[in-house]
Design a binder for this molecule. Structure first.
Ligand code: THU
Length: 138
């Protein structure tokens, strides 16, 4: 558990744009350099165009030229720690080894810790592309 990472997720959650769900989420990823990147969910009147908090944090990380996640924290409302959605599990796996810790936190402070591999066992990744692409994958 990393208080600094959790606090960063908690702070950015306040900036979530959620007029449709009223469900605010904050995410923070630490990278191998030790830097923390944050994201919040950003909804849209065209509902499918909304983006998750984890996607925002990952986009900020890549925009800064970093691609190796070492730790993740996600925080949402209620008393049950909220797990990343399926799409976000795949997004996190793209930049993480399986043992990367994911701490899920609820606003009342309850927490649950897991790993990227436990969230998405058997993840589809670049090795599947390399093994199966008709034209060699990069
Ligand atoms: N949401 C996230 O930001 N991350 C997740 O992993 C789960 C869902 C957001 C998307 C949407 O804005 C709101 O929560 C309700 O689904």
């Amino acid at each position: 558990m990393n208080q600094e990472l959790i606090q960063a997720a908690r702070n950015v959650r306040d900036n979530a744009h959620t007029p449709y769900s009223n469900f605010q989420v904050g995410a923070a990823v630490r990278t191998s350099s030790g830097t923390i990147f944050v994201g919040c969910n950003v909804e849209n009147a065209a509902y499918p165009e909304g983006t998750c908090a984890e996607a925002g944090a990952i986009a900020a990380m890549c925009a800064a030229g970093e691609y190796e996640i070492s730790e993740v924290a996600v925080i949402a409302g209620g008393s049950r720690p909220v797990p990343p959605c399926g799409g976000c599990r795949q997004k996190l796996a793209e930049f993480s080894t399986g043992d990367v810790s994911v701490t899920m936190v609820a606003m009342d402070g309850s927490m649950q810790a897991t790993t990227v591999a436990d969230l998405l066992p058997g993840a589809f990744d670049i090795d599947h592309l390399k093994a199966g692409a008709t034209v060699p994958a990069p």
